[in-house]
Design a protein around this ligand. Structure first.
Ligand code: 5GP
Length: 214
């Protein structure tokens, strides 16, 4: 099959940040977007938290000791870093610049502190999307998990969620994840629109001249 003309026009990659409180469906939406967009890769963060069941080093995170993390930080390897719920998390800088210059897209699953730092460095090149849950009750239900945690633990999770939610005004786009398929269509539309932005398509002038003679 021949490549669509659109895909042959050189562009720079989209850098997409996805933030949300835990329980708003961010991981599911990220997985769906990565599955359907082979040109999009997840920025794999380094973290000091323990791996959860099924998590692989180098795929979901690079798992580090606190000393290892600090060495990366001091060595200037990180685009941003933050402490989230008692653990350190940071974004390695090198893969980001490399992918974007190759016209490939990158997805950051980071919290508001990280998004702010990356935005301070990269400015409006960064596209920031916030995912909100549809209601307080739905969030509580999602954070209740398997029903094995005490009301106190669940209240703690709700308080953390409320703190993250308070940063929604700093984002370019806000999606309310009421229905997963609808939220996913909205997220896909944002990625597509940002890929088509003129400023990200240095190849357009050459295409118009050579192929359209205009
Ligand atoms: P989890 O431990 O559940 O995977 O992630 C906890 C929180 O840390 C999530 O909100 C996630 O988006 C955020 N996070 C993951 N990696 C990074 C990172 O590299 N930098 C920042 N600032 N936050 C991150």
């Amino acid at each position: 099959m021949t490549k669509p003309v659109n895909d042959k026009i050189a562009r720079t990659g989209v850098m997409l940040v996805l933030s949300s409180p835990s329980g708003a469906g961010k991981s599911t939406l990220s997985e769906m977007l990565l599955r359907d967009n082979p040109g999009l890769a997840l920025s794999v963060s380094i973290t000091t938290r323990q791996p959860r069941e099924g998590e692989q080093d180098g795929v979901h995170y690079y798992f580090r000791t606190v000393e290892g993390f600090k060495a990366s930080c001091d060595g200037g390897e990180l685009l941003e870093w933050a402490e989230v719920f008692g653990n350190y998390y940071g974004t390695p800088a090198a893969p980001v610049a490399e992918r974007v210059s190759q016209g490939k897209d990158i997805l950051f699953d980071i919290d508001w502190q990280g998004a702010k730092q990356v935005h301070d460095k990269l400015g409006d090149d960064l596209v920031q999307v916030f995912i909100l849950p549809p209601s307080h009750a739905a969030l509580r239900q999602r954070l209740t998990g398997r029903g094995q945690d005490s009301a106190e633990i669940i209240d703690g999770r709700m308080a953390k969620a409320a703190a993250e939610i308070s940063h929604w005004p700093d984002y370019d786009y806000v999606i309310v994840n009421d229905d997963l398929e609808t939220a996913y269509r909205e997220l896909s539309a944002i990625l597509k629109a940002e890929q088509l932005k003129r400023k990200r398509r240095p190849g357009l002038a050459g295409f118009v001249k050579a192929d359209l003679g205009a």
